[in-house]
Write a protein that binds this ligand. Sequence first.
Ligand SMILES: *Cc1c(COP(=O)(O)O)cnc(C)c1O
Length: 430
Amino acid sequence: MMSDKPQGFDTLAVHAGTEPDPATGARQVPIYQSTSYVFRDADHAARLFNLEEVGYIYSRLTNPTVNALANRVAALEGAAGGIGCSSGHAAQIMALFPLMGPGCNIVVSSRLYGGTITQFSQTIRRFGWSATFVDTDDLDAVKGAIDDKTRAVFCETIANPGGYVSDLDALAKIADEAGVPLIVDNTTATPYLCKPIDHGATLVVHSATKYMTGNGTVTGGIVVDSGNFDWSASDKFPSLSQPEPAYHGLTFHAALGPMAFTFHSIAVGLRDLGMTMNPQGAHYTLMGIETLGLRMQRHIENAKTVAEWLEKDPRIEKVTYAGLPSSPYAERAGRIVPKGAGALFTMSVKGGYDACVKLVDSLKLFSHVANLGDTRSLIIHPASTTHRQLEEEQQIKAGAAPDVVRLSIGIEDVDDIIADLDQGLATATA
Ligand SMILES: *Cc1c(COP(=O)(O)O)cnc(C)c1O
């Protein structure tokens, strides 16, 4: 038996959620590439369908490999339970699904991953949901945006394209006073740098596609629930606090307590929306997480060194890295992400749009891709790619002005990363 002392991050990253395979003794988590699971008898099947016994029915709902991953991420985030999803974007819909109904809204940070802005401003309207975008640094604006149809507040720990850190404690307090959960997208920080539940968040969502898997091989997502929210304190969350017609009238919160959200997400959310993670993807992500702490250490060390070098370079106008003492978010970063402010930031290049395009084309080590959180260093020029459709004024507001490039610093030797930027900038600003 292990002692009761809570295990450290790196121990959990290697061990949590898994044990040697009971059937074969296999030490690594097997890829359970099976759609269905044989019931012991008719009574066993009935107990599983009634949620009286936990077990496997059909892989759209649960699968042992996916379950191991969800439990490992829950352990790393200090959560009660987790759900594996087919992508980060799927995880966001899955996080909202038990909370929302037609006419309900969420209050969200205006600084979010671009795809999330589109999902929240356009696509969720088809469900009769809506999002109110606010500057989450303006706490009065956040309070003012919450109304009696609000069901959650949503932000990112370290927001894309970089340099911004959310004041999770202050936002959690506002959400709590309004009787709604705070949902935090922790993709760019990972639980190694920040555990949002410790700062008052109820739900945490991840794109496992990024640092969690770590090497650009998987599209996946995770939702974890703290288990701390009292869904029955008001009549705002009837799917959890009242008999759920979509699951033969089961009252999830009364029946399952801190696991109500997790079980609802599996029994109703995955069952009917089908945004399920596949076992092969879960296996890659489990392997990635084993080295998450080691990789993040190198990512933040490299990002800081590169940001400091760039800030001093005369060819650079500005670097927005919250890990720099010059950042307006330096103090907050020390509170929310004390080990380091991630490895994603932007810089403004003297010479504007043309110099940025030339830089992107001249780099040899960096890959020009629409991704982040890879072991490899990545670069993108938002104004000519992801933010191309926006007016210049909108680009500037989104932190993606024509002279801005976004860097995702990898785990290569930092001297090689700097050498590549140095030669690229020489060509770009010649
Ligand atoms: C990539 C990303 C997402 C979306 O995740 P997918 O796995 O691509 O669906 C959401 N939020 C953040 C912060 C991301 O970086």
